[in-house]
Structures are given as C-alpha cells and as structure tokens.
Design a protein around this ligand. Structure first.
Ligand SMILES: Cc1cc2nc3c(=O)[nH]c(=O)nc-3n(C[C@H](O)[C@H](O)[C@H](O)COP(=O)(O)O)c2cc1C
Length: 394
C-alpha cells in the first residue's frame, strides 16, 4: 500500500510519482513528473484534483491509506486536463454521492465532454464550507486552459494552485526546501516557458486576484510544494509574465556541413566578447523544450539555417513553430537570422520571415553566406553583432 504524506494537519498529499516519464506532449521531462492531488480530512472529506488515468491505482492506494475513498464528500477539479482529471471517473465510481466542483462554465463543460459526468459549477467569489475550513474559488482562465481555477484555503493558508507554480520534477521530498532549490527553480522556469509563457496577461490578472492573501503554502499539481521560497517564485512569475529580459543571448542553429555552424559560433563569440551571457544551441543535440528555458528571458535570439532543398532545415522550422506558439510577440527582443546556402538563400530567408512573423525586432537583414564563410565574413559578423549590442545598450 503506497503512502500518503501529511503536508499540514489533516491535509494529505495523495498524488502519483511518474519517475520515468521523459516526454510530456513533446516537452522533455528529464526529472520525471508528479501528479499532485490533496485530501483534506475535514467534516466533509475533500479531494483537490485527481491524477493521470495510468496512476489511478497508485492514487487510490494513497487515499485509502487515510480514508475509505467511498467516504469522499467533495471533489474539486481545478483543471480538466487529463493529467489532473484522468482518475475522476474512478473516484466518481467509488464515491458516487460525492459532489464534484469545477469552474463554470468551462470546467463543467470540459468534464461533460471528457467523461460524461455532470458537476457543479463555481465562479470567482464562490466559497464552500467543508467543516472547519472554507474553500474559496478563484478562476484563472487561460493559465493555461479556459477552465483553470485555483482553490484557496485561508484556515491553513494553502493555495491549491493546480498548474500555476508547478514543475515537472519527480522527487521523494514534497517541499521546496527539502530539494535542491536551483533544480526546483530550473524546472519551474522550464515548466513556465513551455506551458504558461503565452499567457502573461492572464497570469498577471491571476496574480492580482491572489495579491494580499496570507499564503503559507502553494500546493501545485506538479512538482514540489512551495513553503519556504514563496516570495522567490512569485517574483519569478512576476518577471516571466511581464516578459522581462536579461542581457542574455541564445544562438540556435542546425547545419549540414558546418558553414552555418561557423557563423553561429562567431555570433555567439561576439556576444561573449561584449559581456552578454550567451548559449550556443545545435538543434541536433538540444530539444526545443530546453531551448525555451534558455530563451524565456534572453534579450537576443539568433537563429540560423542553411538551405536544404529550397527550404530551411526541418529542425529549425520545428523550433520556430514551437517558439512562435509559445512566444508570438517578441517585440522586446532583438532577433538575428543567418545561414549558408549553395545557390539560393531560401533557408536563411525563411528563418528571417519566421522571426519577423514572431515580431522580433530585427535590426539587420538576414546574414547569408554562399557556401563557406571566410575570415573576412566572420569578422564582418563579429562587427555586426557588436554594433547591434552597442545600439541596444545605447
Ligand atoms: C541535400 C542538400 C540539399 C541542398 N539543397 C540546396 C538548395 O535547395 N538550395 C541551395 O541554395 N543550397 C542547397 N544545398 C547546399 C547547402 O545549402 C550548402 O552546402 C550550404 O553551404 C550548407 O550549409 P551548412 O554547412 O551550414 O549545412 C543543399 C545541400 C544538401 C546537402
């Protein structure tokens, strides 16, 4: 029988640990995933969220360690995405008289569409007494689906935040201060960059709605629970959701015969020479979800591709498509497009077009080189990047 973990008096973590998951809808999860759910043992036995369907047995075992699942009175579904609601039908079967709550109307509609179950709708400002505690619901639409909401328990000072403030991180320790904080923060940033990034305005709105709460714990649906570093993660969400950038550059490329790579190395070196923190990324070796981690707060983004069959390379196209979905408006970032070609610079030009479509500020036209760049061209590239940095800083 798998253990539940008491995170506060009468509040239990009853989630699932997905130690070996390495891909989550195209996002690499090198530290695995947790599906957090919480059981509150009050007069009304209350479950906050459930788990992914494949973790139903694990999840029910952890609940059963605390209480017979048939005794659950209330289920709160903060978000219907199936990594949090996949076990809902099983809970509905085990506790058929439990009342299920979801945001109205989106959450109610999504549960009906996914599982054919009718549930009660709640809106911002609604609350529910479960005995000694009262749960308050705050809708946070599009952080990151239309149905998202968070549940606030003032008596314990716990914010059940669902995906907000989450990280993909399977660990035996449930709290931030029991883990390597740098790793927790890295995974929180990777999560934000790959899941939440497009919704800065909605995150800002949600943070406004939560301002003033005396939060002692943020219990997300993925990763560790925040209790010692709450101001730090709130500060990060503030910076990320307002698209603040740092004096950092990412230089992303693919290359068949190393010409575009030579250009990329020169661009990266020019940034380093000017004191800009730079990261050179070969798309053959780095997953696009990791690039988002580096790019999320980078002021400069350089992207290079050679021409392959009159196109940019598919790896570069894949990166640009993914990046544009997550970051459709990069007007606060400086973009540089570059690449080599044999007889027509279509690949580098497509990169330039894609970056313009993603609204990068592009201070120079695409940098192209027929076949292999020589010393003169590489010096020219250094000078161009130097000038861009000087102009940006001026
Ligand atoms: C399979 C293949 C297809 C290519 N197709 C084109 C093309 O359609 N147009 C073009 O101008 N160059 C084409 N080239 C030439 C490359 O763009 C050229 O060799 C370039 O310098 C390669 O840059 P890289 O060293 O960064 O890979 C092709 C090269 C290969 C190997």
């Amino acid at each position: 029988m798998l253990n539940a973990i008491e995170i506060a008096p009468k509040v239990w973590w009853v989630g699932g640990l997905d130690w070996n998951e390495r891909q989550f809808h195209g996002y690499t999860t090198e530290r695995g995933i947790t599906y957090n759910a919480y059981l509150i043992m009050d007069e009304k036995v209350t479950l906050i969220d459930t788990a992914k369907a494949t973790f139903t047995d694990e999840f029910v075992q952890r609940i059963s360690q605390v209480v017979d699942p048939a005794k659950i009175d209330v289920v709160v579904t903060n978000h219907v995405e199936m990594d949090h609601s996949g076990s809902l039908p099983k809970i509905h079967e085990l506790a058929p008289s439990a009342t299920i709550y979801a945001s109205a109307p989106a959450g109610v509609n999504e549960i009906r569409a996914h599982y054919g179950i009718e549930v009660e709708g709640v809106k911002t400002g609604d609350s529910l007494s479960i005995g000694e505690r009262t749960l308050h619901f705050v809708q946070t639409p599009m952080v990151h689906w239309p149905d998202n909401m968070v549940t606030w328990c003032p008596e314990d000072g716990i914010l059940f935040s669902n995906d907000a403030f989450g990280q993909h991180f399977a660990t035996s320790k449930r709290f931030d201060d029991e883990n390597d904080l740098a790793e927790v923060m890295k995974q929180a940033k990777k999560y934000y960059a790959n899941i939440v990034w497009p919704y800065g305005a909605q995150v800002q709105k949600a943070m406004g709605a939560l301002a003033g709460l005396d939060i002692k714990m943020i219990a997300p649906s993925h990763g560790v629970i925040w209790r010692s570093n709450i101001p730090a993660i709130l500060e990060k969400y503030q910076a990320w959701s307002t698209y603040q950038t740092e004096d950092k550059a990412v230089v992303v490329f693919d290359s068949m015969w190393h010409s575009t790579e030579l250009m990329a190395r020169e661009i990266c070196d020019a940034f380093i020479k000017e004191g800009v923190t730079a990261q050179l990324i070969d798309l053959k070796h780095t997953h696009i979800s990791d690039i988002m981690l580096y790019m999320c707060d980078a002021r400069y983004v350089a992207v290079g591709s050679p021409t392959l069959n009159s196109n940019m390379m598919p790896t570069v196209a894949s990166f640009l498509t993914y990046m544009r979905g997550l970051s459709p408006n990069n007007s606060q970032r400086i973009g540089i497009a570059f690449g080599s070609y044999g007889w027509a610079p279509l690949g580098p030009k497509q990169v330039e077009q894609a970056m313009q479509d993603a609204k990068f500020e592009m201070p120079v036209p695409v940098i192209t080189q027929q076949w292999i760049p020589g010393e003169e061209k590489l010096t020219e590239i250094q000078d161009t990047v130097k000038k861009i940095i000087e102009d940006t800083r001026a």
